[in-house]
Design a protein around this ligand. Structure first.
Ligand SMILES: *Cc1c(COP(=O)(O)O)cnc(C)c1O
Length: 471
């Protein structure tokens, strides 16, 4: 059975279930498996004819512990991705769309909230619920959202018997669609909270609640943020699924990944470590390009965050990058810790020339600013009659640039499409003149009844509300 250790060296020998429920390690680091399970060539070849749920089993089973024996894991994966009960609106879960002769779009946005976070969070809810049942525990998940990702966390916990979820958002500062995706679900364990304040106020309330150790313990507070290891392996699955479809997991592919927290592209790195043939992993950023600059110069340099058309990529600190850096540094916790401390204190760290050369054997990177993003949305609409959201368009822009740079190649490029165009209608309209329609399953969203709680920007009121609702 695989054990897990923290990147910072202060927490080790953990089981999958412990890592799943803990999220962050005690020493502030991120968990990684102590070894990479490698799938045999026969196992890889066998994926060609399999369903999404079956491939998910092959990929995830090597990482779990006895709480998730084969029968139970299969049942959970079937509930999440199987035909009968899945909440994804495409039978392939993550279908591939061919854009031209060797360029493909991997559509990750067919889940209940129209964004790729659903692929992992739908599974995470079921995993959490099963693990909590075994421990006879109940948790309160608390989080803050600026609009885009709150609904995916809520949707992931909808069916959970052992989880209550409270998501704070700034009152009046999220779009009607974003708010309604959180407030119209009618589930007894879901509490959307409109805070009279900004997104920063919401985040500060969440931090303060976690820092109140008595409250945290009494409520068994937990989070489902993007550093959770289970989210990474859930995302690793679709790289195998795409490869099985395009080349039976035998023929190398390149992937372009619109990147923010480095979670999605790290999942591709895991796939490579497990034996999936990958030619290049290409990081695509918007003008918040700290990662692209890293792959150009070998240095991480913090800047200010600029708001762009692709808000889910507007970051300056990519939390999951720590996992890759740990690997690049030969799993040296001391060196990793020094880099993280330098970055926290001085906003800067560097890797060696050899390490950068090593990184570039697998990775490449590119960027697209807002103007280039709009141009790409317009181009793909004209060429393929396809509406694409700004995040996905950034990937596509970088994919085109890579092809120009590398010249003719037989290696297919798969560019990840991370959100449905209707999730970012203003940018799509601006680029194409077309207002993207909500998919059929959300077409009555504006008519559904809303339930939410309004709260002042005040910790005591929040704690009071949580206690009352979970009593
Ligand atoms: C979260 C998100 C991203 C960034 O993914 P990371 O795993 O954080 O790198 C890109 N696009 C969309 C639409 C997202 O929701």
């Amino acid at each position: 059975m695989i054990t897990y250790s923290s990147t910072r060296g202060g927490d080790s020998g953990k089981s999958f279930t412990e890592v799943l429920l803990a999220g962050l390690a005690k020493d502030g680091g991120l968990f990684l498996p102590d070894e990479w399970p490698v799938l045999s060539p026969e196992k890889l070849a066998s994926m060609a004819g399999k369903s999404y749920a079956e491939i998910a089993f092959d990929v995830i089973a090597p990482f779990v512990d006895d709480h998730f024996d084969d029968v139970r894991l299969k049942a959970i994966l079937d509930k999440t991705y199987g035909q009968a009960e899945t909440r994804f609106h495409h039978k392939a879960i993550t279908p591939l769309r061919q854009l031209d002769q060797n360029l493909w779009s991997l559509e990750l946005y067919h889940g209940p909230t129209m964004a790729f976070k659903d692929v992992a969070l739908q599974l995470l809810g079921h995993l959490f619920d099963a693990a909590l049942e075994d421990q006879g525990e109940r948790v309160t998940i608390l989080g803050a959202t600026s609009g885009d990702t709150g609904s995916a966390a809520i949707e992931g916990c909808l069916a959970c018997k052992n989880v209550d979820i409270f998501i704070l958002f700034p009152d009046g500062r999220v779009s009607d669609v974003q708010r309604r995706q959180m407030t119209t679900l009618g589930a007894a364990n879901v509490y959307p909270v409109a805070v009279k304040g900004t997104f920063d106020d919401c985040q500060n309330l969440v931090k303060a609640a976690f820092n109140d150790h008595d409250f945290r313990a009494a409520q068994n507070l937990s989070a489902v943020n993007s550093i959770n290891w289970a989210r990474i392996i859930a995302q690793t699955v679709y790289y195998f699924v795409a490869s099985a479809a395009l080349g039976g997991c035998q023929r190398p592919l390149s992937f372009v990944v619109p990147t923010g927290n480095f979670g999605n592209i790290f999942a591709a790195y895991v796939a490579m470590k497990m034996g999936l043939p990958i030619e290049k992993l290409i990081v695509a950023t918007n003008s918040n390009d700290i990662l692209t600059r890293f792959f150009e110069k070998g240095a991480m340099e913090k800047g200010a965050v600029t708001p762009t058309l692709a808000p889910s990529m507007d970051i300056q600190i990519s939390s999951n990058f720590e996992r890759y850096l740990f690997e690049l540094m030969g799993r040296d916790s001391v060196a990793l810790k020094k880099a993280m401390t330098d970055f926290a204190e001085k906003g800067h760290f560097e890797v060696t020339k050899d390490q950068l050369t090593q990184a570039l054997t697998l990775f490449d990177a590119g960027r697209a600013d807002d103007a280039a993003t709009l141009e790409t949305i317009a181009r793909i609409y004209k060429e393929a009659d396809l509406l694409m959201d700004p995040h996905s368009a950034i990937g596509l822009n970088v994919a085109y640039a890579q092809r120009d740079k590398r010249g003719p190649s037989d290696v297919p490029i798969v560019s990840l499409a991370c959100a449905h165009p209707a999730k970012f209608p203003d940018a799509v309209k601006k680029a194409t003149g077309v207002h993207p329609a909500l998919p059929a399953f959300l077409s009555d969203l504006m008519d559904r009844d809303e339930v939410m709680h309004k709260l002042d920007n005040d910790l005591v009121s929040l704690q009071h509300y949580i206690k009352e609702k979970t009593a």
